[in-house]
Design a protein around this ligand. Structure first.
Ligand SMILES: [Zn+2]
Ligand SMILES: [Zn+2]
Length: 446
């Protein structure tokens, strides 16, 4: 951002006078300089640079006070207060702790939703950062540390930063912007519902209804400065797989007197591995993994029943039903061939996070124009993301923001969910800028 410093001194001084630089509570930033600068690259760069310190402060505050899904009370309070101080209409209590800000721009244009998730994970932090979390809580009956090990603290700070910049250039903003702060992306606690799906059920997109939704995730697979945009399926559809194999119990010395569910389950596990490789289109990745095999009590007893638990991933929505049918057929027919009864349950999961191809192309072009940003085309990820529900409701674009520090090889960077997961804060202004560009680019829509 240094390159834009000198031509923008006048703007910078005006913005400082307006309170744009202030940390903590500020009046809504309606500086004439901000509005005038909004239409130029340099103006937007300066506006983002001006909120950098505040964005870092928000990120560290949220990082030091992480909260698990559906428990983001303090975080939601911080978000609502900050949005209110920007003069943005605030809606709270959506899907438990969700917060939505509504900014009505001064120019005609569509409605777009920008989304950040707010929840942390039951992970004991080991980063050694001065603002590391020392929070502990009870999770599934166990005392655990709590950490923003997926970087949702950065997402919250980036989206607040975008709200601050856009509210400061409100007269130039096309259409309406919804700032969606979502609880429980990592899943709701046992017995509760939450996340994107519940926000939609509670009307987050009802009034006004967005024409497009944007979200980002910080990832150490990419270095600071890189933005990864993939059209089509960018993150996997994910479903739990539950298979029950019922045989007939017998002495293990006389297997012919019963039906051995362990032998049947073993053949099912191996046959499932062959479905992605031999039956599905090899150009579109699918994954079937078994993570749990439960059955038996003693070495010389063949049990009645074995349970298999696993996960199914797909990246093209058109593959879903076919993949499920092949899994069912394979498991049931192997059971039949041995006289066992097999039931296959595939409960509702997460859909594919699907990037609307036209939106992705426009987004890629808009982000490519940001100085210092390198837009890359990544491979799809077989992890799942509940932004998928928003992107199923309206055209969506979900992209990755690199947060790996310069000089750190990708192989040395701790992955998301690691107790040593790090976000290089130099990435935060680019995240803010990316959201701002995606909103301002809407002015070009017919
Ligand atoms: Zn995560
Ligand atoms: Zn995450």
């Amino acid at each position: 951002m240094d390159r834009s410093r000198s031509p923008l001194r006048a703007f910078t001084v005006a913005a400082a006078a307006s309170g744009l630089f202030a940390l903590g509570p500020v009046a809504p930033a309606h500086a004439a300089g901000a509005d005038a600068g909004a239409s130029t690259e340099a103006g937007r760069a300066a506006s983002v640079a001006a909120v950098r310190e505040q964005v870092v402060a928000w990120r560290r505050d949220v990082h030091a006070h992480p909260e698990l899904g559906n428990r983001e009370v303090r975080t939601a309070g911080l978000v609502a207060k900050a949005l209110g101080e920007m003069g943005i209409e605030v809606r709270t209590g959506i899907a438990h702790t969700g917060v939505v800000g509504v900014l009505r721009g001064g120019r005609a244009g569509p409605t777009v939703a920008l989304r950040a998730d707010m929840d942390a994970l039951p992970v004991a932090e080991q980063t050694g950062l001065p603002f590391a979390s020392t929070t502990r809580t009870t999770y599934r009956g166990k005392d655990v540390g709590v950490m923003h090990a997926c970087g949702h603290d950065a997402h919250v700070a980036i989206l607040l930063g975008a709200a601050r910049v856009l509210s400061g250039m409100r007269e130039q903003v096309p259409g309406t912007v919804l700032f969606v702060f979502q609880p429980a992306e990592e899943g709701a606690p046992a017995g509760e519902r939450g996340g994107a799906r519940l926000m939609l059920e509670e009307g987050v997109f009802a009034d006004p209804r967005p024409d497009a939704a944007f979200g980002l995730h910080v990832v150490p697979q990419h270095r600071v400065g890189e933005i990864a945009v993939l059209p089509g399926g960018t993150m996997a559809g994910s479903n739990r797989l539950e298979i029950t194999v019922r045989g007939r119990q017998t002495h293990a010395a006389y297997p012919w007197l019963g039906v051995d569910p362990i032998a049947v389950a073993s053949r099912i596990v191996l046959a499932l591995q062959a479905i992605p490789g031999r039956q599905m289109d090899a150009r579109l990745p699918t994954v079937v993994s078994i993570g749990v095999i439960e059955g038996g009590i003693r070495h010389n007893i063949i049990p009645d029943e074995v349970k298999l638990l696993g996960t199914i991933r797909h990246l093209d929505p058109s593959q879903r039903d076919d993949l499920f049918a092949r899994i069912r057929r394979t498991a049931v027919k192997i059971g039949e061939s041995s006289g066992a009864t097999v039931t296959v349950e595939i409960p509702d999961g997460y859909p594919v996070t699907f990037n609307d191809p036209a939106l992705a192309e426009r987004g890629r072009q808009a982000l490519s124009g940001v100085p210092g940003a390198t837009v890359v085309t990544p491979l799809p990820r077989t992890g799942a993301e509940d932004f998928a529900f928003f992107a199923r409701e309206v055209p969506g674009l979900y992209f990755q923001l690199g947060v790996r520090a310069p000089g750190v090889p990708a192989s040395d960077a701790a992955p998301n969910h690691s107790p040593r997961f790090l976000v290089d804060e130099d990435a935060l202004p680019l995240g803010v800028r990316a959201f701002v560009e995606l909103v301002m680019e809407q002015a070009a829509r017919p």
